[in-house]
Every structure is written in C-alpha cells, then in structure tokens.
Design a protein around this ligand. Structure first.
Ligand code: ADP
Ligand code: MG
Length: 256
C-alpha cells in the first residue's frame, strides 16, 4: 500500500481495522488506510460497497463496532461529529444538506457558528454574525454574487458548491467529500472537482472523495482506494489501480 512507506509527520488521518455491521450484514470490514498531507484520495467501489458508511465512521455519524480513527495522531473514534469538525474534519454529504430556506450567506454563517460551538438556532437573532468571514468563504467558491439567494432557489450545481463552502467554513484541515458531484453532468462534475482541487491546493488541504466517473477519478486523484463488499481491495497510485485485474473484475469486466 502506498500509505505504508510515507513519513509519519505528514500523517493526517489513520483508520485502523474499522468494522461496522448492521445486524448480520457487515458494511465495513477491517478497513485500514492513511491520509497524508497532499493526498487527493478517491474512494471508489460499486453501489453498496460501504463508501458512505466508511465516511460516517470517519466523521462520527456512526460508531464502529471495532477499530479506530486517529486525526493528527489523536484518537477520535468515539468523539461526536462536532468535536471532529473542531479538530479539522470538514465534510459534505452524498445527499445535499444545505438549508434550502436560508440564503447562501446564511448557510455559510451557520457552518461558521457550528464549528466554533455556537448554536445555529441563534441565527435568526444574529443575522450579521460573522458576515464578512462568510462572504469571504462564498468568494472562494465563486458564489459571492449569489449570497442573498435562498439556497433552494440556486441551481443544483450551485447548491452542491454551496455545500462545499459550508464544509470550508469550518476551517477544515482535511476535506471528506461523499460524491460531491452526485447528480451533476460530466462537464459540471469536472468543473466542480476542478474547483475543489484548486482550493485544496491553495489551502494545502488533503481531500478524500467518492466519485463514480472513472475519467474524473483518474484525472483528480493522487491515490485510489477501491472498496468492495466493505473491504479494501486495493489502495495505490491511480495507474496501479487502473491496471489491476481484480479491480476490472469488481467493475464487471469494464475496462477502466
Ligand atoms: P455506498 O456508499 O458504497 O453505496 P453504503 O455505505 O451507503 O454504500 O451502504 C453499504 C451497505 O450497508 C448497503 O448494503 C446498505 O444497504 C447498508 N447500510 C447502510 N446503512 C445502513 C443502515 N443504517 N442500516 C442497515 N443497512 C445499512
Ligand atoms: Mg454512498
């Protein structure tokens, strides 16, 4: 595995032997991997492979039955999501999670407030809270001009981009993006990941993302991990993964 030989000082996230079952069904089975500074790690695998469940274990939405998660060398396995956010995990969800009746700006303001431990229910009384900071984050993703548009009135692509802004507002040191381009066409997906990569490079943010389009995966990932039936099939450089016979088989013989 490519992670094994790398410097301990660049280690951002370490998942060890993670396991999660739902009744008799094991969705995550002995998953171990590392994320290092500079990584753009794509997690791929067929539907139901356990990608979202793994993200939930990393972010704290779900607790593993066994195994551990370390962030910058500190165990976070049993911390709730908000404490992981405070320690640097920024995430976006497979299904869009913006507040549709809030404006774009208010959505980012809520992210800022949540990450600093303030309650977002205060928003109504504190509409000016951290407005400048929120505007700056919207600017990073190119949505500043749409700040006063209710999120529900934004195009689907802009809603996903807003979600990225909310994730960035929590001042992450690692970005976990579960299908950030879900529901987008290929061109829009490329633009979206291009933006993500630009921001990640500028802010030196390692990213872990789930993406189905193999062209996009292989143009944006520095490493690819393949999950099949809850297990890591391979975790390596893109070229090694692309040429792996087991990966082709997992994708039903498709030449990826
Ligand atoms: P992916 O994101 O790779 O498509 P998921 O992690 O969403 O896969 O799901 C992996 C498997 O775990 C699926 O078979 C799904 O039905 C099952 N699963 C996920 N969450 C639950 C849950 N809360 N209860 C029962 N089964 C679940
Ligand atoms: Mg999923």
């Amino acid at each position: 595995m490519s992670g094994a030989s790398r410097s301990p000082s660049s280690l951002v996230l370490k998942a060890s032997h993670l396991k999660k079952s739902f009744g008799a069904f094991t969705a995550t089975n002995d998953v171990s991997f590392e994320v290092h500074a500079g990584d753009s790690l794509a997690i791929i695998g067929p539907n139901g492979a356990g990608k979202s469940t793994l993200f939930d274990l990393l972010t704290g939405r779900k607790t593993p039955d066994a195994g551990s998660v370390e962030l910058f060398g500190e165990p976070v396995t049993h911390l709730p999501p908000w404490q992981r956010v405070k320690r640097g995990i920024g995430r976006s969800f497979q299904v869009s999670s913006v507040f549709k009746s809030y404006t774009a700006l208010e959505n980012v303001q809520t992210g800022l407030m949540v990450s600093s431990g303030q309650s977002w229910s205060l928003l109504g009384r504190a509409a000016s809270t951290r407005r400048d900071e929120a505007l700056a984050v919207l600017g990073k993703v190119g949505l500043a001009a749409k700040r006063d548009v209710p999120a529900g009135d934004l195009s689907y692509g802009d809603q996903r981009t807003l979600e990225l802004a909310v994730a960035l507002s929590t001042r992450p040191r690692l970005l976990l993006l579960d299908e950030p381009t879900a529901g987008m066409g290929r061109e829009e997906s490329r633009e979206c990941l291009g933006l993500i990569r630009e921001i990640a490079e500028r802010e030196q943010l390692p990213i872990v993302f789930v993406e189905h389009d193999m062209d996009i995966v292989f143009s944006f990932a520095t490493r690819v991990m393949v999950l099949v039936a809850g297990e890591v099939l391979i975790d390596d450089q893109p070229q090694a993964v692309r040429g792996d016979a087991r990966v082709k088989e997992a994708y039903f013989g498709e030449d990826i």
